[in-house]
Design a protein around this ligand. Structure first.
Ligand code: PA5
Length: 427
């Protein structure tokens, strides 16, 4: 299993002695947990430190959910939402439910229409809810929780508390206090792991395992990545290479990175990636703005801008080598659509040609490129890829001299909401 990384520029030219020294310093800061923000570096060795007891508790909880319910509603936002959404969407089949249980998300947006229709839908189902919030105080999921907990209490009476699971901090927060008061089962988000780095904790994994996916394989991929990417090797460690290339492009006048894929299963991996890099790097007037496109769809919308608009973009293709299922174009006797020239071509092969054509066109249009290729999209490769992005993101932010693990900017709008709505203590 491997992540291969190709760059359209000359990578070796970027490797000055100063840069190598900086990478060594960053590496040491990460692995001795002494860099800025190191209180939140728990995710670095988390995959290899998970115990059998921890896994058993998660599996038992998932089984209990499935025994009681056919729908799990997961309430959370940001890092308490996107990890689970990304892994579930990446591995599910189109037009089919998740393997063993339906998982529906709420609290990632505030909409009376959404919540009302969700509760109507739940009326004909057996339901468990998993409220996820590390701080336990985030307003949007708290609002959704209030509605859904009231719904559960009305519907299940005293039994409601056995159908509500809370994933939150082990020591503080309103959600923790509520869970203790009401007797909800609690899963703990480790103190030293922040939201967008929490996909391999109960935050991302309970919905994943409840839906019937292979948690051991996902964690194995992450463990392999943990081993592989801890080596400080600027020539061979793709996580470090990705960080170095991004920093060089940023310094060369390319402040916007587009993560491009041809695989719609990666749509929420793109969303997770945007949060990871955007929230980790966008600080102190610095940082690459992360955005994403899904091809071919976006070749017929944003493709024009990418090819020809203001030159400030670089493009990172996220490619999957092998697909599970494919179709081959067959010859048609009448050839009314003039497509016989494509006979024998599989749709995956078409996408590969489309990638090569797009890559050359965009390069000629002045868009530098990185290509990240994984072998296939399954639990193990996904775990490997997500860990790769997390460690690359830490290097990237440190290369910009930014703390990758805080998000002070997110607080600004929250404070305004509290002020405008006159939250006690904020007006
Ligand atoms: O990465 C982060 O820390 C944030 O995106 C949080 O996950 C997000 O703000 C939700 O926070 P909480 O889990 O405390 O509700």
């Amino acid at each position: 299993m491997k992540i291969s990384l190709n760059y359209s520029g000359n990578y070796s030219n970027l490797l000055s002695p100063e840069l190598k020294l900086k990478i060594q310093t960053i590496h040491d800061g990460i692995y001795t947990k002494t860099g800025i923000g190191s209180d939140y570096l728990g995710w670095i060795d988390w995959p290899s430190s998970i115990s059998q007891d921890w896994l058993k508790n998660l599996n038992d909880t998932a089984k209990d959910i499935r025994d009681k319910s056919n729908v799990l509603v997961v309430i959370g936002i940001g890092g308490s939402y996107l990890g689970a959404k990304a892994v579930l969407e990446a591995l599910s089949k189109n037009f089919q439910p998740f393997k063993k249980l339906e998982v529906i998300f709420a609290g990632h947006l505030v909409s009376g229409t959404y919540l009302k229709q969700l509760m109507q839908y739940l009326d004909s189902k057996e339901v468990t809810i998993n409220v996820i919030s590390k701080s336990g105080t985030t307003t949007e999921p708290a609002i959704a929780s209030r509605f859904l907990i009231q719904y559960m209490e009305k519907r299940y009476g005293e039994q409601a508390s056995s159908r509500i699971i809370v994933t939150t901090d082990g020591k503080k927060g309103a959600l923790r206090s509520l869970a203790i008061a009401k007797g909800y089962k609690r899963l703990v988000v480790p103190e030293d792991i922040g939201g967008r780095y929490s996909v391999f904790t109960a935050v991302g994994l309970l919905p994943f395992v409840a839906a019937g996916y292979d948690i051991e394989e996902l964690l194995l991929g992450a463990k392999i990545a943990q081993q592989e990417f801890q080596i400080v090797d600027v020539e061979n460690n793709p996580a470090i290479q990705y960080a170095i290339i991004r920093k060089n492009l940023y310094d060369s006048g390319y402040p916007v990175e587009i993560l491009a894929t041809f695989d719609d299963k990666l749509k929420y991996v793109q969303e997770w990636w945007k949060q990871l890099f955007g929230e980790s790097e966008g600080k102190d007037g610095k940082g690459i703005f992360p955005t994403s496109v899904l091809y071919s769809t976006d070749l017929h919308s944003l493709g024009q801008y990418i090819q020809d608009g203001k030159r400030m973009l670089f493009e990172t293709f996220l490619l999957v080598d092998k697909v599970d299922e494919d179709l081959t174009i067959v010859e048609s006797f009448q050839n009314g659509d003039d497509l016989n020239y494509l006979s024998g071509l599989s749709l995956h092969e078409f996408n590969h040609v489309c990638y090569e054509a797009t890559s050359i066109a965009h390069l000629q249009g002045g868009v530098p490129q990185i290509a990240i290729t994984i072998d296939q999209l399954d639990e193990r490769h996904l775990g490997h890829l997500l860990y790769f992005f997390m460690i690359a993101c830490a290097y990237s932010a440190y290369l910009l001299d930014i703390n990758p693990f805080d998000q002070p900017g997110v607080e600004e709008y929250k404070m305004n909401i509290f002020k405008f709505l006159k939250k006690p203590g904020y007006c």
